[in-house]
Structures are given as C-alpha cells and as structure tokens.
Design a protein. Structure first.
Length: 195
C-alpha cells in the first residue's frame, strides 16, 4: 500500500521540479598568439629563389564550450596553424585575397594581406596588415555548432618587425617581440550557447 501511494508522489514531484537551465557563460577570450612571423624578399640575382614570402604561426589558446554532455562539456579545443604566402613582383602581392592556412579539425583558418601605411617606400614584406578569420563547425549529438572569429594585426619594420638586408639586396624581417597578440571577436555563432 505504501509503495502504491509513494511511487506516484515521487513521479509527480520529479516531473514538477524545475529543470536547471543550461549554463550560459560569456567566455572571456584569450587573444590569439602569433609566433613566429617572418618575411623574406630576394636579392634578384640569377639562380636564387625569386619569390618574396610571408610565413607565420598563429595559436588559439581557447577551449570553447559548446554544450553539456554526459561526461562533461563538448568543446572546440585550442588549435595552432601555419600560414604562408609568396609572390614574384610587387604587382603579384595577394592584397585582399583570403589565403587558407594549414588544415584543422572541424574548420578553417584564413588570412588576408592588406597594405600598410606605405611610408618611406615600405612594401609587402616590411609594412602590411593581416586580417585573420577562424571558422569552426562541429555536429555534437545532432546539434550543429558554428563559430566564426575575426581579428587583425599590423606589422612594420621599426615598429614591431626587425631584421636586416644583405649587400646583395636580400632582406629578412621578423617579429621583434613574441608572441604578438591578436584580440579576436566572435562575429558569427550558431548552437546551444549562442545568444
């Protein structure tokens, strides 16, 4: 008799209890870190590689929560990519072109070169900006989660780049101090924890 009375009461109490809302946190983003970044412009001598180059590594130290699960949170883990561009002449610099970085799980990284101030005849290896875009997408238990983050940086010899040019005309520049921090912003969000 007791079991027949108490069981329906327990079921009713559990059904009437408020469910805990999904934890919605505004996650503080740690800046992306660039290390290293270096550029090269060739001497122009016959037999040497004629390409100018830009190479850098960018690291996202953030663990992005997506949704709670049985064993904790489903997350997008930190990620590091290598990025590079090369060109032959000043007319070939890939200004304004989205260039993919190395492959990552569940998304893509791209960067776009933009001209710098142009002061003192600086060029694509000595005075330039970079616009970064990270897109991450994953399906967790039937729920699609997407995040797009964007950031930018400016690089200039004498400001945050240093190096040297040789007598042949070859020049190599790199970051004066590392890491160079890029404060990114969330520009697109789809999924359970988006507002």
């Amino acid at each position: 008799m007791f079991a027949k009375t108490i069981l329906p009461l327990l079921v009713a109490a559990v059904a009437a209890a408020p469910t805990a809302p999904v934890e919605r946190q505004e996650q503080e983003l740690q800046p992306w870190q660039i290390r290293p970044l270096y550029t090269h412009s060739p001497s122009g001598r016959l037999g040497n590689d004629p390409h100018s180059t830009l190479n850098f590594t960018i690291h996202d130290p953030n663990t992005i929560r997506l949704q709670p699960g049985i064993r904790g949170w489903a997350v997008l883990p930190p990620v590091t990519v290598n990025c590079s561009a090369q060109w032959l002449t000043n007319e070939d610099v890939p200004w304004g072109v989205g260039i993919p970085c190395t492959a990552v799980d569940y998304g893509t990284w791209t960067f776009t070169m933009v001209p710098g101030s142009g002061e003192a005849g600086y060029g694509a290896t000595t005075d330039f900006g970079l616009e970064f875009k990270q897109f991450r997408s994953v399906n967790v238990l039937g729920n699609l989660h997407e995040r797009t983050f964007e950031g930018e940086g400016k690089f200039k010899v004498g400001v945050n780049l240093s190096g040297q040019c040789g007598g042949s005309g070859v020049c190599n520049w790199g970051l004066t101090e590392t890491p160079y921090l890029v404060q990114q912003t969330l520009t697109q969000c789809a999924g359970e924890l988006c507002r």
